[in-house]
Design a protein around this ligand. Structure first.
Ligand SMILES: Cc1cc2nc3c(=O)[nH]c(=O)nc-3n(C[C@H](O)[C@H](O)[C@H](O)COP(=O)(O)OP(=O)(O)OC[C@H]3O[C@@H](n4cnc5c(N)ncnc54)[C@H](O)[C@@H]3O)c2cc1C
Length: 395
């Protein structure tokens, strides 16, 4: 039987992906009042459960690096901080760029080191020693970070939500927000398919479902939904070498080791106009062939691998490839954390922290997130890093 009751919260979080779960955890930990998380389905079942889970620090814009670095500390201390075993696996990560971007790579490694990142430039010969099976034609230098790796999106969302609930947050699955209730520019709460919820403050953390929800209150969210495909390749033996994760804009793929005998491989490019409620649940043969062919240019041994399975999902891409974090213009009490453009998983712990700081203290102090404000496109101020890459779909 479906129950319809009128509920109240001091802060309502819409969406129980890694973002909503992390925000709720940090709000509950800060005793920010009655915190309620609702999800139209269940925790982690959105894009978080489809994530490749890469955790890395190589970014071009300093606040992105800071969010990633702050989050890495949480992934490393999962047991102490979140109270669960966690499964962060350190593989090390190599960042390769197209030849025309080598100078930008050098400048970005220097910037990251100045922010405290454990990263360095390595030569093609050094990389060859680490990864003898990679083909390094045209590679002059690479960035290497020893502390990076990957984890599991669905498990991270579940752990953060569970910890948030232990600290007092409430959770209501199978509860779809249908309308944001606004009167004279002030938020009153929401309507859901299980009744109304009164809440003076609401954070929208609904990934690729965000734009239609916010357009009901007149905010045109510049998010485009992009369909992406990932494949798990199966091979008899592990490739020789250190087996680092790699993000490679030279050939337009990223890959990382997975369970023994498996390599996860994903593409930089996807297809626009995707519907998050209706997209193919496995990759097409043609795009798998294209993806593997691109990867084989870097790791020729992958030509012999078989396909274990594919994973598909949606990136909520913004025009500058960076998230929208903060107050939604025009509605007092309404906030958003969306538009993560395929890079959100690794920064979820710090996004939760900084959004909780914003709501409880009026501004984020651990990392200044003001550059990510949702109004920046209307202001004509998209983020532009000093040394952007010419090919730069993030992961
Ligand atoms: C294939 C793929 C690979 C990726 N790889 C990486 C990677 O390697 N590293 C990385 O850092 N990032 C990666 N990402 C990106 C990362 O996974 C996302 O940025 C992150 O998971 C976004 O989390 P979220 O909480 O914003 O969204 P979601 O996990 O999508 O959560 C949104 C939630 O909102 C709920 N919801 C939506 N509308 C409503 C409504 N009206 N009412 C109630 N609930 C609602 C949904 O049910 C959903 O659970 C990848 C993404 C994909 C798709």
């Amino acid at each position: 039987m479906t129950t319809h009751h009128h509920r109240t919260a001091d802060i309502l979080v819409i969406g129980a992906g890694v973002m909503g779960a992390s925000i709720a955890w940090h709000l509950a930990g800060r005793k920010a009042g009655r915190v309620l998380v609702v999800d139209k389905g269940r925790v982690g079942q959105g894009q978080s459960g489809r994530s490749s889970g890469l955790i890395r620090l190589h970014y071009t814009f300093p606040p992105e690096v800071r969010l990633a670095l702050c989050s890495l500390e949480t992934f490393r201390q999962w047991r102490e901080v979140v109270g669960r075993p966690g499964d962060f696996r350190v593989t090390g990560l190599v960042r390769l760029v197209a030849p025309q971007d080598t100078q930008a790579l050098i400048a970005n490694v220097e910037m990251q080191r100045s922010l405290g990142v454990n990263t360095c430039l390595i030569s093609s010969a050094e990389l060859h020693d680490m990864e003898p099976e990679w083909s390094l034609d045209g590679v002059d230098a690479a960035a290497y970070e020893a502390d990076s790796g990957y984890s599991d999106g669905a498990a991270v969302a579940q752990d953060l939500l569970d910890r948030g609930r232990e600290l007092g947050a409430q959770y209501s699955p199978n509860t779809r927000v249908t309308t944001l209730r606004v009167e004279r520019g002030h938020l009153l709460g929401v309507e859901t398919d299980r009744g109304a919820i009164d809440a003076p403050r609401v954070i929208v953390a609904t990934g690729p479902w965000t734009a239609p929800l916010l357009s009901t209150v007149g905010f045109e969210t510049p998010i485009e939904n992009i369909y992406h495909e990932v494949v798990l390749l199966q091979h008899a033996e592990a490739p020789r070498g250190r087996n680092c994760a790699c993000i490679d804009s030279g050939v337009g793929v990223y890959f990382r080791p997975d369970a023994p005998g498996l390599t996860l491989l994903g593409a930089f490019e996807g297809h626009g106009g995707a519907d998050p409620d209706d997209f193919p649940q496995s990759a097409s043969q043609d795009s798998l062939a294209e993806l593997v062919a691109a990867a084989v240019r870097r790791v020729p041994a992958l030509a012999d691998a078989g396909i274990a399975r594919s994973i598909t999902g949606i990136y909520d891409l913004t025009p500058d490839g960076r998230p929208l974090l903060g107050a939604v213009p025009g509605v007092e009490g309404l906030y958003m954390a969306a538009g993560f453009s395929g890079m959100g998983f690794k920064i979820a712990p710090a996004v939760g922290l900084t959004m909780a700081e914003l709501l409880t203290e009026g501004r984020a102090t651990t990392v200044d997130i003001s550059a990510f404000r949702p109004s920046r496109f209307a202001e004509g101020k998209p983020i532009q890093a000093r040394h952007e890459y010419t090919v730069h779909r993030p992961h």
